[in-house]
Design a protein around this ligand. Structure first.
Ligand code: FPP
Length: 234
């Protein structure tokens, strides 16, 4: 990785979200199983997260496992969960060196007691930090909206405002992304941050996630600065 000093992002950019696509194809190109690609995907995730810290981004969100990813072969799902557990362990061990408040987006009810307890503990122990790392795990944008509506109904709501709904989403603590980056060449958002993406700038690149470097992120950010965000105005 580059040793050059990193210039912090401009105030117009505070939240970047990533759809980390292309691990499977990256592995296939090397004649390796998909799990191999995910291992290198985690390596890329670590490097990008570190770069985001240097860029002084306030919030970063990574789509790590979707509600649809359970349809993948059992071996691949197991490998992804193992990588996640390894990462949790790493965060637990390096809690003092760790710079971000970690938050999980998604329905954690599907995970066993042990993993849920770990996720809760990581959130609690890092809650005082000012920068936020959202990890979307068993996350789906539609499921999130349904969950938010049901929470509001349970609280007795008979009609809701946009603020009520935004406040009931998994992202209530961190708000909307300014920029969503998808690697791997596909031009869609795949059930990611459906509500929150309303005015996000979208950036697509053919680079496969394991090959996505800090320089690739810098290029996406440079592109973001050229965009005129009008939010429906003129
Ligand atoms: C999509 O690539 C990637 C995923 C479904 C998993 C992404 C997860 C990681 C990179 C690990 C994150 C880990 C932590 C600790 C946050 P794909 O498998 O769909 O690739 P393909 O489109 O080439 O098949």
């Amino acid at each position: 990785m580059s040793k050059q000093t990193v210039t912090p992002v401009e105030p117009s950019l505070s939240h970047v979200a990533f759809i980390m696509d292309g691990n499977g194809r990256w592995a296939k190109k090397r004649g390796m199983p998909r799990e191999y690609g995910h291992r290198f995907g985690v390596k890329a995730f670590r490097e990008i997260l570190d770069h985001c810290r240097k860029l002084e981004l306030k919030t970063v969100t990574f789509y790590a496992f979707s509600t649809e990813n359970w349809k993948r072969p059992e071996r691949e799902v197991r490998a992804l969960m193992h990588l996640m557990d390894q990462y949790f362990e790493e965060c637990e061990k390096n809690m003092d060196a760790y710079d971000f408040r970690i938050c999980f987006l998604g329905d954690r009810g599907v995970f066993d007691e042990k993993r849920r307890a770990r996720m809760d503990a990581l959130e609690q122990k890092s809650a005082h930090r000012t920068r936020t790392l959202n990890v979307a795990l068993n996350y789906g944008g539609r499921a999130e909206l349904v969950h938010a509506c049901n929470c509001l109904i349970e609280q007795g709501a008979r009609s809701v405002t946009e603020d009520d709904l935004a406040g009931a989403l998994y992202t209530a603590h961190s708000g909307d992304p300014d920029l969503i980056i998808r690697t791997g060449g596909d031009l869609r958002i795949s059930n990611f941050l459906l509500w929150q993406a309303a005015y996000a700038e979208l950036y697509f690149t053919d680079v496969l996630w394991p090959d996505f470097t800090p320089e690739c992120l810098d290029a996406a950010i440079a592109d973001f600065y050229t965009r005129k965000r009008r939010y429906g105005g003129v």
